[in-house]
Design a protein around this ligand. Structure first.
Ligand SMILES: Cc1cc2nc3c(=O)[nH]c(=O)nc-3n(C[C@H](O)[C@H](O)[C@H](O)COP(=O)(O)OP(=O)(O)OC[C@H]3O[C@@H](n4cnc5c(N)ncnc54)[C@H](O)[C@@H]3O)c2cc1C
Length: 347
């Protein structure tokens, strides 16, 4: 019997488990959380991610719950549109993390919830998959040293607000931006990304008073930004310091493969992290193939996975970083072409 241990039962871990399980692999998923999460922000499932979800058998459920995002647009702080509206080549579906993970878990073999792996000791499996996210413990086993994510120097405040839209809109001003996207469940998703050094003294604290913080930060911005802030569900607000990874020299070693954020955690500015993770899962399952046909040559299979996904994931990571820089620069016009090209390159 061919066996795989998957460290992490998030998007990448559950997707890989479902794909390998369907191909006859005996899969064990170790997830530190006690159960599926009840809360989480909206994630963009781009057309190629939906194709992977279809292969898994979760695509219909995700389309049923999620909301189509058909148009993307950038605007300045006053609401004036910057460049053309970008029509998606196919529907991108926005869905919040809990129902996405539930849809994946329904297609995956049993998960060992509440099992945090401190390291990879004692795992006798043929293949070990590091799907343990941005703070991966598996990464050190692949690289031979610890490589930590690095701060991007921007903070993100993200949450939801009642409403509906089919358009992704991002408003850009010096040192901060505000985004509005579709989301399931009768809500829209909003987020604020800002340079903490550009927060004026006396601004309310984003953790204890997110609405007060946002009202002060976006006081003179477009009416839609201010209306959205008025309606936010303050209890849903999540504040974090944005980080990404340096380009890793390798994403596989021996019988271990890294996928998703463990391999290429990226700035959120292109909304591609979950999508790239699903593409990794599909490429890894393709490289390993059906259990009954597997010849036991794990290093060759993982080399094929790395050839398919290492550069692609890192390219999107770099584009996301470039997009973040363009969005928050104080000289707005100069990098706009670059940003629109970055969006077009992955759209
Ligand atoms: C606020 C926010 C908004 C985002 N918005 C978008 C978006 O709009 N579109 C998009 O595509 N991407 C978005 N992303 C990025 C996206 O969420 C990630 O790229 C994606 O979740 C990566 O999937 P993953 O499976 O690699 O990691 P994760 O989803 O982080 O899953 C890792 C799992 O491993 C578990 N784990 C970690 N360590 C251990 C251990 N030692 N033992 C056992 N289990 C462990 C964790 O509990 C977790 O369940 C966003 C991220 C954030 C934080």
């Amino acid at each position: 019997m061919t066996t795989a241990a998957i460290i992490g039962g998030g998007i990448g871990g559950l997707a890989t488990a479902a794909l390998l399980g369907a191909r006859g692999w005996e899969v064990e998923v170790f997830e530190r959380a006690p159960s599926l999460p009840a809360t989480g922000t909206a994630l963009g499932m781009w057309p190629e991610a939906l194709e992977v979800l279809d292969r898994i058998g979760a695509g219909d459920r995700v389309r049923e719950i999620g909301i189509d995002q058909r148009v993307a647009e950038l605007r300045d702080a006053t609401g004036r549109r910057l460049g053309p509206r970008i029509e998606a080549k196919g529907a991108t579906v926005l869905i919040s993390r809990p129902p996405l993970l539930a849809a994946l878990a329904a297609c995956a073999p049993t998960v060992r919830w509440g099992e945090r792996r401190a390291d990879l000791a004692g795992l006798p499996h043929d293949v070990i998959v590091g799907a343990d996210g941005i703070n991966s413990v598996t990464r050190a086993a692949v690289l031979g040293e610890r490589v930590d994510p690095r701060p991007l120097g921007v903070d993100v405040l993200i949450g939801r607000c009642p409403g509906e839209t089919d358009t992704f809109t991002e408003y850009w001003g010096p040192g901060r931006l505000f985004g509005v996207t579709p989301r399931d469940g009768g809500y829209i998703n909003w987020y604020s990304e800002y340079d903490p050094r550009a927060v004026p003294d006396g601004t309310p604290d984003p953790d204890s008073d997110p609405r007060g913080f946002l009202s002060a930060m976006y006081r003179d911005w477009a009416p839609r930004v201010r209306e959205t802030i008025e309606g936010i569900d303050a209890g849903s607000a999540l504040h974090y310091h944005s980080r990404d990874l340096p380009r890793l020299s390798r994403i596989v070693r021996g019988n271990i493969a890294l996928i998703g954020d463990a391999a290429h955690a990226m700035a959120p500015n292109l909304g591609r992290g979950a999508c790239e993770t699903l593409l990794d899962a599909a490429a890894l399952a393709d490289a390993l193939g059906p259990a009954e046909a597997f010849d036991g040559d794990v290093p060759s299979a993982l080399a094929a996975y790395s050839a398919a996904r290492k550069a692609a994931g890192q390219r999107t990571m770099l584009l996301s970083r470039a997009m973040r820089h363009a969005a928050l620069t104080r000289r707005l016009r100069a990098p706009l072409d670059l940003s629109l090209r970055a969006v077009a390159a992955v759209a």
